[in-house]
Design a protein around this ligand. Structure first.
Ligand SMILES: Nc1ncnc2c1ncn2[C@@H]1O[C@H](COP(=O)(O)OP(=O)(O)OP(=O)(O)O)[C@@H](O)[C@H]1O
Ligand SMILES: [Mg+2]
Length: 254
């Protein structure tokens, strides 16, 4: 009987994709469900990009899963420099063919890019998907980060179009065998998405907050939705430390 129980747990765990972010995986049964796309929402500066990049970095360095980073809002050079402060050497991972960064930012703002992978047609999701498919052929990634969906949404404007296009993107990632995070910037803590549709096209929603409490701001994280999985329904504090995000799963924020 005990053996049976053990087997069941192991079987369940093999479908999980641990983020490796300390304290987070225990909020959702060991990690994300494989081949699904999750929305990571939060106001500016709350740590969405760091969370997503740590997920990719841990994937490569702890779990042997290559990653694709689609940067729509920050230039790759700046990102490499920023993550260097956490001790993450992205350049080395790229040189080893374990990480691919798509520069989907420079063309959009009209500046040249010297990156290996450049999305030359701004806001063209079809070309972005073609690029991801081509990269996938080369590096056989298991994880992806689309950072972020907000600029795509502003371009498309119409919520029904945003919904269809993001569904196409998330489904493409899933079909390619990628477990993905898509970031979404929200204007205030009460909203879980910018255009009111993003959360419907993803399998789960993780909300990050940076709430003001008297004269300090307190960072906290909550899993709002995770289809097919049990998860914590509480709001847990997290910190951004010199080695990245650290969640306190046993503590709650009220
Ligand atoms: N090396 C570091 N050590 C500690 N905290 C840091 C470090 N680097 C960044 N931070 C914190 O993380 C914040 C930025 O995080 P991040 O870029 O992930 O936010 P974001 O949610 O993606 O924001 P945006 O919506 O603007 O893209 C900074 O405002 C700062 O408070
Ligand atoms: Mg960001």
């Amino acid at each position: 009987m005990a053996d049976k129980k053990k087997t069941k747990i192991e079987k369940g765990d093999s479908k999980r994709v641990p983020t490796g972010i300390e304290g987070f995986d225990e909020l959702c049964g060991g990690g994300l469900l494989r081949n699904r796309t999750y929305l990571l929402s939060g106001a500016a500066g709350c740590g969405k990009t760091i969370f997503g990049l740590q997920y990719l970095y841990n994937g490569i360095t702890k779990y042997g899963e290559n990653g694709i980073y689609i940067a729509t809002e920050e230039r790759p050079d700046q990102v490499r420099e920023n993550v260097g402060k956490f001790g993450w050497d992205f350049k080395a991972l790229e040189d080893d063919g374990k990480l691919a960064i798509i520069d989907a930012c420079s063309t959009k703002i009209g500046i040249p890019s010297h990156e290996k992978y450049v999305d030359v047609r701004p806001f063209d999701l079809r070309s972005m998907m073609d690029q991801i498919i081509a990269i996938q052929d080369t590096i056989d990634a298991k994880r992806a980060l689309v950072d972020g969906t907000t600029s795509i949404g502003f371009y498309l404007q119409d919520p029904s179009k945003i919904r269809v296009e993001l569904l196409k993107l998330s489904t493409t990632l899933e079909v390619l065998g990628l477990t993905a995070l898509m970031t979404c910037e929200v204007a205030d803590d009460e909203a879980s998405s910018r255009f009111g549709v993003e959360t419907f096209v993803t399998e789960g929603t993780i909300a990050m907050y940076n709430k003001r409490m008297e004269n300090v701001r307190v960072r906290s994280i909550e899993i709002l939705k995770m289809r097919g999985s049990e998860h914590s329904h509480n709001i847990h504090p997290y910190e951004i430390t010199s080695s990245g995000i650290l969640v306190h799963p046993k503590e709650e924020v009220y």
